[in-house]
Design a protein around this ligand. Structure first.
Ligand code: DQQ
Length: 547
C-alpha cells in the first residue's frame, strides 16, 4: 500500500514553531482560518490555531460544555491549553475563556487530556500535566459557572505503578461508585498491551493504586490492522450501558450487572492509530472484555473520543477529526482540527456499540435540494460542499451503490478508474477529483462500506489511503444511509456504523455528488439539504468572559 506521510499522524507533531505562520498575530491567524474554504462551517472548530481531543465534555443546567486541547499560538501541537465553549443546542457555540494554560510545575509543557468532574471540592478538571516527555494526573478546581480554574500544579498521582514498565501514562476517566471516587488512567504495559490503571480515593485528594482494571493483547505490531489494539490506550472512557435502542446508560457500576463499555484510542510509539470500544463485564474492580470493535471506520480521523450523559439521559460522543494534509499546509491555513458531529450512542442486543448524529442537527438544514433519482447507472444527485443527505437503498446480492462526493464536473468525474496514478499523461491540473463512497453486498447479513480517497485531491500532500469495514445488514430489509459533507470532512452513518474522514479537494468544481449503481442495486428515496453555517461571527484566540 502506498502511504503518504500524512496517513498516520503522530500524537505529537513537530512540536516546535518552525514556520513563519507560527509568528502570526492573533487576528491574522483568525483571518487565515476564516478564509480557508476547507474549514468546516457547521462542525465545532477552535477560533484558529490547533485543536485536538475533546476534553471535559458535559452538560450542566441546560448548557453543554466542550473543553478541548488547544494551541492558541498556531496550528501545530505545542504548549497545549484547554479551550472552552458552551452551547444550549449542540449546534451553536460561544467561546469561554481558556480554562487551562501550561504553568510552572506539573503542567509546564502542556495540559493534556482529561475530564470534568463534580468533585467534593466543587467542579474539577482532572487532566494530564506534561513535563518534558512525561505526563502525570493533575487537577484544577473551578468556579460554579466553570469559567475560572485554579490548577493545583502538583500531580495527584506521583508516578505510574512502580511494578509495571509502562509505555505511557495519561488521560483520565473519573466517577463516583459505591461511596468511592474512582479514576482510570490510560496506559500500556511493555510487552503486554494497552491498559487502564484503576485508582481509588475517599477525598479526591489521595489516590490509591488498585492495579490494572484491564490489559489488552498487543500481539504483533501491525499498523495496517484496523483492529489492532496498539501498545498504549489513550483517552480511556468507561461507562455502563443497557442493550437497546434507547441507549440507557450510567456511570460505571460494578453491582448493576449491565454490560460496560471501555472506549480508548489505540496508539503505538507516537502514532495515533484509531479509536476502539471494548464491551464486557465489570465487577467493580476488573473489566473483562467480551469483544473489541472499531468505533469508527475512518481510523485516526475520529480519534480520542470522549462521552458524557446529557439532560435527556443520552450518551453523547465527540471525537477529534484529525487532519489529513501535511503540517506545512495546516500551519499556513492558520487552523487545524475539528470535532466530529455530536453522536448519540447505544448498544445492540448483540453488544455492538452504535452511533448516529444527534437529531438536533436537522435544524441546520437550510434548503432542500430537488433530488430525482433516474434510471441510468450514473447521475448527478446534488451539488454542494456542506450537505446533509439521507438515502434509503436496496443492495441485493452482487450489487453495490457508490456516491462520489466532492466530485469535479461529471464529464471528467465519470472517467472509469480515474485517479491520481491512473493516467500520468493527462495535464495534472485537469484530472478529476472525487471521493468515492461505496456500499457493496458481501453476504446476506453484511455489507462493506468503503471510502476511496485516491482521487480526492490533486494536492499530493494529502492522505489518500482507503477506509473500509463491515456493516451488519440483512438483505431485503431497510437500509438507511446518512452522509454529511462539510468542506473537508465526510461522515457516513448507516446501521449504527460510522465512517469519518477528511479530504482536501482543490478544484473549484469539486462540489458534485454523483450516484452510481452496480448490478440490481437501487435507490428507494434520496433527500439532500444544504447546511447552515454555525460559527460565531467574532472570535478571539484568547476569549474573554462574557460576564
Ligand atoms: N492527545 C493529548 C493526550 C492524548 C492525545 C495530547 C490523544 O493527552 O493522549 O494533546 O490524541
Amino acid at each position: 500500500m502506498n502511504h503518504t506521510p500524512q496517513d498516520r499522524a503522530v500524537s505529537i507533531l513537530s512540536a516546535e514553531p518552525n514556520d513563519s505562520t507560527s509568528g502570526l498575530a492573533d487576528s491574522a491567524l483568525i483571518e487565515a482560518a476564516r478564509s480557508d474554504h476547507l474549514r468546516p462551517v457547521m462542525h465545532f472548530v477552535s477560533p484558529a490555531g490547533w485543536l485536538n481531543d475533546p476534553n471535559g465534555v458535559g452538560w450542566r443546567d441546560g448548557v453543554y460544555h466542550l473543553f478541548y486541547q488547544y494551541n492558541p499560538l498556531g496550528a501545530f501541537h505545542h504548549s497545549i491549553h484547554w479551550g472552552h465553549a458552551v452551547s444550549r443546542d449542540l449546534l451553536h457555540w460561544e467561546d469561554r475563556p481558556i480554562a487551562l494554560t501550561p504553568g510552572d510545575g506539573a503542567d509546564e509543557d502542556g495540559c493534556w487530556s482529561g475530564v470534568l468532574v463534580d468533585a467534593p471540592q466543587g467542579p474539577a478538571l482532572v487532566y494530564s500535566g506534561r513535563v518534558g516527555e512525561h505526563e502525570l494526573p493533575c487537577v484544577a478546581f473551578g468556579s460554579a459557572d466553570l469559567t475560572s480554574w485554579e490548577p493545583q500544579r502538583q500531580p495527584i498521582i506521583d508516578a505510574p505503578p512502580a511494578e509495571y514498565q509502562v509505555t505511557a501514562f495519561r488521560d483520565h476517566c473519573v466517577w463516583f461508585e459505591d461511596g468511592t471516587w474512582r479514576q482510570l488512567v490510560g496506559s500500556g504495559i511493555q510487552g503486554r498491551g494497552g491498559c487502564a490503571f484503576l485508582y481509588e480515593s475517599e477525598d479526591f485528594v489521595h489516590w490509591q493504586d488498585r492495579g490494572p482494571m484491564v490489559v489488552g493483547h498487543a500481539g504483533d505490531t501491525d499498523l495496517d490492522n484496523t483492529e489492532w489494539t496498539g501498545t498504549m490506550w489513550e483517552c480511556v472512557d468507561f461507562f455502563a450501558m443497557k442493550p437497546g435502542a434507547e441507549g440507557l446508560t450510567t456511570a460505571p457500576d460494578g453491582g448493576s450487572g449491565h454490560p460496560h463499555v471501555l472506549i480508548f484510542s489505540a496508539w503505538h510509539e507516537h502514532q495515533t492509530l484509531h479509536s476502539m470500544a471494548a464491551v464486557g463485564t465489570y465487577d467493580g474492580r476488573t473489566f473483562t472484555p467480551d469483544r473489541f470493535q472499531r468505533l469508527d471506520l475512518g481510523g485516526r480521523h475520529a480519534y480520542a473520543p470522549q462521552t458524557f450523559i446529557d439532560g435527556e439521559g443520552r450518551r453523547i460522543l465527540w471525537a477529534w477529526m484529525q487532519e489529513g494534509r501535511d503540517e506545512a499546509s495546516q500551519m499556513a491555513a492558520g487552523w487545524s482540527g475539528a470535532m466530529t458531529l455530536p453522536r448519540r450512542l447505544w448498544l445492540t442486543q448483540d453488544l455492538l456499540l452504535c452511533a448516529e448524529p444527534v437529531p438536533e442537527l436537522r435544524a441546520l438544514r437550510e434548503r432542500e435540494l430537488p433530488v430525482h433519482v433516474e434510471e441510468q447507472p450514473e447521475q448527478v444527485l446534488a451539488t454542494g460542499t456542506a450537505l446533509d443527505m439521507e438515502l434509503d437503498l436496496s443492495i441485493p446480492n452482487e450489487s453495490a451503490i457508490s456516491l462520489d462526493v466532492f466530485a469535479s464536473a461529471p464529464e471528467t468525474a465519470t472517467t472509469a478508474g480515474a485517479g491520481r496514478d491512473s493516467d500520468p499523461g493527462t495535464d495534472p491540473d485537469s484530472r478529476p477529483e472525487f471521493t468515492r463512497i461505496t456500499l457493496e453486498r458481501e453476504t446476506a447479513d453484511r455489507l462493506t462500506l468503503s471510502v476511496d480517497r485516491s482521487a480526492s485531491s490533486l494536492n499530493p500532500q494529502c492522505a489518500d489511503t482507503a477506509h473500509s469495514g463491515s456493516v451488519p445488514h440483512r438483505e431485503g430489509t431497510d437500509l438507511h444511509v446518512r452522509v454529511v459533507l462539510d468542506q473537508s470532512s465526510l461522515e457516513i452513518f448507516t446501521e449504527g456504523v460510522s465512517l469519518t474522514t477528511r479530504v482536501y479537494p482543490t478544484r473549484p468544481d469539486a462540489e458534485h455528488v454523483v450516484l452510481r449503481r452496480k448490478g440490481p442495486a437501487s435507490v428507494e428515496t434520496a433527500h439532500a439539504w444544504t447546511l447552515r453555517p454555525t460559527e460565531q461571527s467574532h472570535r478571539q484566540m484568547y476569549p474573554q468572559s462574557s460576564h
